[in-house]
Ligand binder design. Sequence first.
Ligand code: C5P
Length: 223
Amino acid sequence: MHIPVLTIDGPSGAGKGTVSRIVAKKLGWNYLDSGSIYRSLAIALLQKDIDLANVKEIVATAQAMDLAFQCDDELIVKLNGVDITAQLGTEATGNVASIVAAIPEVRQVLLQKQKDFKALPGLVADGRDMGTVVFPDADFKVYLTASAAKRAERRYKQLMEKGIDVNIRQITREIEERDCRDKGRLTAPLAQADDALFIDSSALTIEAVIVQVLSLVPQHLAM
Ligand code: C5P
């Protein structure tokens, strides 16, 4: 039986996470937040204080990870039985995730963990290489982006609301560095699939983006 897949790729801060979660809920489909898999690996590495130049240890840690996801309104992630949700969103976790995501062997180990999310009645997959590498045959593809300044502003507001005191210049610099790493790596770089719908969310509300994304999916496929 055919399992429909909708991929949403793009840089961090474009609104992918929020849009993907709401779209998955509206369609009644499963949801893959692939960034959280790379982030979970980052947490495992930080916990064990592993040298980020030690590829062998990083790959072994990726292989040994036991991850459990639960998605209601919020995504809850357990690493080896322990809830790590609170640490997933930190800048330190995101930066380490982006560094180790550039290692081809790491991507290879995490590939199957991502493909396993494909299940009936359908899947919304959010990441950097969902439409290009992990699900190249996806039925519907979106590339969602926004200007670096707009993405930094959103991230800044998000962190301030959480009571985390940050500097907007530093956030902008980190976003630009991460974009550069994600787009410049040799394996599965962040790129728009040829058959993806391009959406720039800089001047759009989340609701407007959701309308555009949902317009791709025929109504009879929604649960
Ligand atoms: O999307 P998120 O910010 O959670 O992803 C964290 C990091 O994980 C990204 O900066 C990127 O380097 C990496 N990632 C990736 N491929 C994906 C998802 C995330 O390389 N499909």
